[in-house]
Design a protein around this ligand. Structure first.
Ligand SMILES: [Zn+2]
Length: 382
């Protein structure tokens, strides 16, 4: 099935890309014609409705999305989702009814990438989200992904694929679609008043570590012409400045404030993925903005413990748990963690009130029987 994707195929495509690149430079490559697929932006004029083929693609996308939600999950945060939706609405105030509804969400993955599905879902990975510096960069990312949907790139890719099996042709199409999405994304973002030079900066944050199968057509791919694309963005930005049409909306603080709601969730994901240093950086950044965040102290202690065996008993682990409890006395996780640490440090009397408080705060705790055993007088010392 053409839609399936594997690493081997991807490597073959990379080789083909190099060949295509040299052919293109030599000027002797003539790509097959790109199928005509009118943009959703023209739908009001052209009366376009989704084709049966496209409805099939949207159904496949619904299934992929359901699997994503089930397997890796989304970073659930209503206010951040509303923030993302608000930016998309600012970029594309009106869409014809026939077009898919654009729904941006945060995908719980530490890679730095973003994807658009033909059903209108736009997924930005948590890993990329925390790299971005301001709303203008996020807007360009969303604008680029929205452009893939509006320009119906998956349908176009499908039809092009029916015409040719050549890797060189496919590579050429892939570059062509990225260029189109960059161009429309840039136009949407700058028309909404965002500062044009943030688009090139945004491109620097993307890494195409491991695009999932369902995102083959629209995943960002820094191997492909990253520098060329960045240069093209700068040229576009300079032109707008020269013509006096450049906006200056950056919204750094608004963006960081929105990010506050998801930063620690991303740090936890990053720790689970084994990148303790990166997780620590995120927690420290959060503490700089919110020195009274109990959850950040708790997480910092968890990270220190995860780094190495000696870290488990580091004095900062204890003080971070204590600070977490001081700031949030009803945090069951922090009481449990501190109680177990003190037990480990052979301070059973100090451990006891925290373990008791943990069971009080979480009567349904899955480890209740174990903790009760620890609390029993005959087993008070480890
Ligand atoms: Zn793209």
């Amino acid at each position: 099935m053409r839609r399936s994707f594997c690493r081997a195929r991807r490597d073959a495509l990379l080789v083909a890309f190099v060949v295509a690149g040299s052919l293109l430079e030599g000027g002797c490559y003539v790509p097959p014609p790109v199928p005509e697929v009118p943009s959703w932006l023209d739908a009001a004029r052209t009366g376009q409705t989704p084709s049966a083929e496209e409805e099939g693609l949207a159904r496949e996308a619904d299934e992929s999305l359901a699997r994503v939600v089930e397997e890796d999950g989304l970073v659930e945060n209503d206010s951040f989702d509303r923030y993302l939706t608000g930016i998309v609405a600012r970029l594309i105030p009106e869409l014809p009814a026939a077009a898919p509804t654009l729904t941006p969400r945060v995908y719980a993955a530490v890679e730095r990438n973003a994807f658009a599905l033909p059903n209108g879902a736009i997924l930005v990975t948590a890993g990329l989200l925390v790299e971005l510096e301001n709303e203008a960069q996020l807007a360009f990312l969303l604008g680029h992904e929205a452009a893939h949907v509006l320009l119906r790139h998956q349908l176009l890719d499908e039809r092009f694929g029916a015409e040719t099996d050549s890797h060189v042709d496919r590579m050429w199409l892939s570059r062509h679609l990225e260029d189109e999405a960059d161009e429309l994304g840039f136009a949407l973002v700058t028309s909404a008043g965002y500062a044009p030079d943030e688009a090139a900066r945004m491109l620097r944050h993307v890494r195409d570590d491991r695009p999932p199968a369902w995102a083959r057509v629209t995943s960002w791919d820094s191997h492909f012409e990253a520098e060329v694309r960045i240069r093209a963005m700068r040229v576009r930005a300079r032109r707008l400045v020269r013509e006096g049409r450049a906006g200056d909306v950056v919204r750094r603080e608004t963006f960081l404030e929105a990010q506050d709601g998801v930063r620690l969730a991303v740090a936890e994901l990053t720790l689970e993925a084994g990148h303790a240093d990166r997780a620590r950086e995120l927690v420290d950044r959060h503490l700089t903005r919110h020195p009274d965040s109990a959850r950040a102290y708790w997480l910092r202690a968890e990270i220190t413990r995860a780094v190495d065996a000696a870290g488990r008993r580091a004095p900062t682990v204890r003080s971070d748990y204590e600070r977490a409890i001081e700031l949030a006395p009803a945090d069951a996780d922090a009481h449990r963690a501190l109680g177990l640490l003190l037990r480990d440090l052979r301070e059973p009397d100090a451990a006891r009130p925290h373990l008791e408080r943990y069971l009080e705060l979480r009567p349904e705790a899955v480890d209740r029987r174990l903790i009760e055993r620890y609390l029993a007088p005959r087993d008070a010392s480890p």
